[in-house]
Design a protein around this ligand. Structure first.
Ligand code: NAP
Ligand code: MG
Length: 470
């Protein structure tokens, strides 16, 4: 699978340079595809196309814009198997999960944004002012590799719905689904310059997008260091920025919770996509009196999550996305051992899987919340079980983090769980097994970011407000 052109201005465009990036399978360590490595020149042309596209797209009435999102979603449906396969290679996500979560779910969300647009209130009378929502302009989108299509859709779907045009740089490590999205846009004849994609590195293409004077807003998902850099470059140009950064989310298991349900749910949440999930509950807070019971249940649940080839039907947990990611996670596991946490299971590379970027799913118990493995985002299959003394102690430890993206609470009653959920400084909390909701805004408190994605409220990020007094 090879792509040798960028996509902008409604057509495939030859790159200005000659470099390309190899896409490496995380299971075989072999090259599976190649994409062009863009330059600042490519970005400049794509931004030009997006600016011209904005002139017309922003004036298309909402009721005519909405069906384009449905058409694009429809055109992506036949690509589900190809997308799932590509992401199983790129990220290591087990094929079954990749099909549902990495392909079908974002494609559904793409279409759902048509409904959000149709239901959006775009004008409002306040006193003698008519307040109208207008699209903010050209949006630069920079996305990571862990849920590559999902994170692209989280940005482009509401932005396009709002009437903005896009310049997207997908993650260098997992760019293939973005190219398939460009193919789908091309197939349906999406108006020129609405969706523009330049692949390449963050340092070159990402920076050029963020710094470009023709870009009005930047929407970024990824790490805290890159987010900090992007916010400062965008700040220099007085551009709006939304940031979806990391997390170190806490799952608070209260003393009266049904542990046989709660603990396995917590383990599954932490381990999804082999822990390469920004919202993962990587800290499990349990009452000290029931710590050992929680550890046994967690260990038993983890034993059910088979590690292996993402293309094998029995696999729940695949390899990590890259050698760099594997080594970084192994480094954290060593920190955990040195910091004095109890290694319950896992702790290294699996002997039976010498090829591929595998790390054994790992549980540490008796973790102190101040340890590095409890404070820093590991982005791998590593769970920290942390004992607490009282409910107040649990809340204060859950909040003792520079992040605040997600979290969970489980108690005997929904009332008690809700009472604790209200005290957590975090953007999302699932109580007593509450499921993910494609209507609910998602985003971070504190250093987990700025702004919200997903659901009807996500459109608001891409509007400007104009007040007309009459
Ligand atoms: P990253 O380095 O933050 O990269 C995310 C995206 O930003 C990529 O497209 C990257 O380009 C680009 N980028 C990097 N520096 C940039 C800059 N100065 N200007 C513009 N764009 C820039 O994240 P990553 O390398 O994918 O993963 C590293 C760590 O980030 C992970 O270990 C994890 O802790 C965290 N992470 C968090 C999330 C989340 O959802 N919150 C998602 C993924 C990763 P390249 O393609 O060249 O890298
Ligand atoms: Mg990077």
């Amino acid at each position: 699978m090879t792509y040798d052109k960028h996509y902008y201005g409604g057509a495939w465009q030859a790159p200005s340079g000659t470099d390309s990036t190899a896409v490496i399978s995380s299971a075989t360590e072999q090259e599976v595809a190649r994409v062009p490595r863009g330059t600042a020149d490519d970005v400049d042309r794509a931004v030009g196309a997006a600016r011209r596209g904005f002139e017309t797209w922003s004036r298309v009435p909402a009721e005519e814009r909405a069906p384009w999102l449905e058409k694009l979603s429809e055109a992506m449906k036949s690509r589900v198997p190809a997308i799932a396969e590509a992401i199983a290679h790129e990220v290591g996500t087990a094929l079954g999960l990749a099909t549902k979560v990495q392909a079908e779910f974002p494609i559904m969300m793409l279409g759902l944004n048509a409904k959000f647009l149709r239901e959006a209130k775009l004008e409002e009378q306040l006193g003698h002012s008519l307040v109208i929502k207008e699209p903010i302009g050209v949006v630069g989108c920079v996305t990571p590799w862990n849920y590559p299509l999902h994170q692209v859709v989280c940005k482009i779907a509401p932005a396009l719905a709002a009437g903005c045009t896009i310049v997207l740089k997908p993650a260098d490590m997992a760019p293939l689904s973005a190219f398939m999205l460009a193919e789908a846009a091309n197939d349906i004849g999406l108006p020129k310059g609405v969706l523009n994609i330049v692949s390449g590195s963050g340092r070159v293409v990402g920076e050029a997008i963020v710094a470009h004077p023709g870009v009005d807003m930047v929407s970024f998902t990824g790490s805290l260091p890159a987010g900090r850099r992007i916010a400062s470059v965008a700040g220099d140009g007085i551009k709006k920025v939304t940031l979806e950064l990391g997390g170190k989310s806490a799952f608070v298991v209260l003393d009266d919770a049904p542990f046989e349900k709660a603990i396995p749910a917590g383990v599954n949440n932490c381990m999804q996509n082999s822990g390469q999930t920004c919202s993962a509950w990587t800290r499990m807070l349990v009452p000290k009196s029931r710590h050992d019971e929680a550890v046994e249940l967690a260990k038993a649940q983890l034993a059910k999550l088979t590690l292996g080839d993402p293309f094998d039907k029995n696999t729940r947990l695949g390899p990590l996305a890259s050698a760099g990611q594997r080594d970084s996670v192994l480094g954290y596991i060593e920190h955990g051992k040195q910091e004095g946490a109890t290694l319950v299971t896992g702790g290294g590379r699996p002997a039976n899987l010498p090829t591929g970027f595998y790390v054994e799913p790992t549980i540490f118990a008796n973790v102190d919340n101040r340890m590095r493995i409890a404070q820093e985002e590991i982005f791998g299959p590593v769970l920290a079980i942390i004992p607490y003394e009282s409910e107040a102690d649990a809340v204060s430890m859950a909040n003792d983090s520079e992040y605040g993206l997600a979290g969970g609470v489980w108690a005997a009653t929904p009332e008690r769980a809700l009472g604790v959920a209200r005290q957590l400084r975090t953007g999302q909390v699932d109580i007593n097994g509450g499921r993910f909701n494609a209507l609910a805004p998602f985003g971070g408190y504190k250093k987990s970011g700025i702004g919200r994605e997903i659901g009807p409220l996500a459109l608001e990020e891409f509007f400007q407000l104009k007040s007309i007094q009459r």
